[in-house]
Each structure stands twice: as C-alpha cells, then as structure tokens.
Write a protein that binds this ligand. Structure first.
Ligand SMILES: [Zn+2]
Length: 241
C-alpha cells in the first residue's frame, strides 16, 4: 500500500507575528509539530484530520514554536551572500568595512580610512574583485595569525613543548587543527573574526600539545589559559555566521 503524502504551505498569525508552516498529511495517529534549525516549521497530521482542529492545536503551541524559531535564528547567517560590488560591507578582524571598487592603474586592495578600496586595472568585474580580496585576506591572515601565535605561545613556552609551525589554509569545517608533526593549520576565514577569537583557536590547539582529546583534563588546561573561552568561542561562531 502506498501512503499518500501531500504538503501544503500555510500560515497563521499569533499576536503580531506570522508563523509559516508546512503541513503534511500522512497515515499517522497523532499530530506532530517540529521546528527545524533552518527555521522551517513542519506539521504532520493524520490523513483525515480537520483543518480547524489542526490549526487549534498549532495555535496552542505557538509560543513554543516562536521560542524555537528564536533560538535557531541566532545561528542563521546575518550577512547576505557577498557579490563584490561597491557599497556592500566585508569583515576584517571583527569589523565591517564598506567596499569601494574602482578602475585604476593596477590591481590592488587597500584598507584605508575605514574603506576597502579595490582597484582593478581592467574593467572591474566581481570575479576579479573576489579574487583580489581573497588574496588580501590570505596575506593578512598569515600576518595576523603569526602575531596571535606569538601572543599565545609564551604561556606554553616554559612547558617544554616543541614550538609548532603555522600553516594558513581555507578549510570547510574547522577553525584549526594540530598535526602530530607539529603543524598548526589555521582557517583563513578566521581573519574576519575579532583578534581574541583567533587567540582562542590557537590556544585551543596549543592545549592539544598536552592532551590530544577533549577530556576533562584538556578542558581544565584550556580553562586555566583562557577562563572565558566559551564566551569567545560563541562570539567566533556568531561573527562568522
Ligand atoms: Zn580540539
């Protein structure tokens, strides 16, 4: 037997808010309401349920739905996709700077007087601006991550570890890692976060010199070097969203 499942987009108002949800009918006995991290609300109802009854039940859970949506909201990107044109803003060390694209003598990127000034020797195209910005970020990441490393290292220097070397790379899923050979990989993207967030990732990795896992001993060590690391980690996650 096949179970017919159909989906309907519906909404209702609760106070001043409009809550949108997707309603699915299926062969089930009870109504289920779920809010997903991508900010969608899914309602699954038994095949023969009356819409008025479904609405009544959702209404009863409205406060809960809003609370869930509110919770997931903090993790959704605040910044729209960058298209590399004048006027939009780009991040550097936790601050937003406006982008100004012009045609000039040569290809260059300068952050001066609070503005990202990108000059293209040819007609400015977004792909070229993107490429130039990427290179600029990479250069700055190498400089700033090394500075951060030198800020953090003295705390570990007296403990007898070999000083790791730094490698900066674009990574999809992590901020940093430490290899057994002593290479600390750091994600270029972190250059967009505040300096203390970069320090946090480096201290996190340096603590792995002693403990390779995330055991309670590991966290005890991290706590002692950076007591407010949780707050800073959260800041990093929010600023990169
Ligand atoms: Zn770790």
């Amino acid at each position: 037997m096949t179970v017919a499942t159909n989906c309907e987009k519906r909404s209702f108002t609760y106070g001043k808010k409009t809550i949108e949800y997707q309603l699915f009918y299926s062969k089930r006995k009870t109504l289920e309401i779920a809010v997903h991290p991508n900010n969608t609300t899914i309602v699954k109802a038994p095949n023969d349920s009356e819409i008025s009854l479904i609405e009544k039940k959702i209404h009863k859970r409205a406060r809960w739905i809003l609370k869930q949506l509110d919770y997931f909201q903090q993790f959704t990107p605040k910044t729209p996709e960058r298209i590399y044109i004048s006027g939009e803003t780009h991040l550097y060390l936790g601050k937003q700077y406006r982008l100004k694209v012009t045609q000039g003598q040569e290809n260059s990127v300068k952050l001066s007087r609070g503005i990202f000034q990108v000059s293209c020797s040819d007609e400015p195209k977004p792909e070229l601006v993107k490429k130039l910005m990427k290179k600029w970020y990479m250069d700055k990441a190498k400089i700033q991550f090394n500075k951060s490393f030198e800020r953090c290292w003295p705390k570990f220097n007296s403990m007898g570890f070999n000083k790791p070397s730094i490698s900066v790379k674009r990574m999809q899923k992590r901020w940093g890692s430490l290899s057994e050979k002593g290479t600390m990989m750091l994600n270029t993207e972190m250059i967009k976060a505040p300096k203390e967030c970069i320090d946090y990732v480096i201290i996190h990795e340096l603590c792995h010199l002693k403990y390779q896992d995330h055991s309670s001993e590991y966290y005890k060590m991290l706590d002692s070097f950076m007591p407010d690391w949780e707050k800073i980690k959260h800041k990093l996650e929010l600023s990169m969203a």
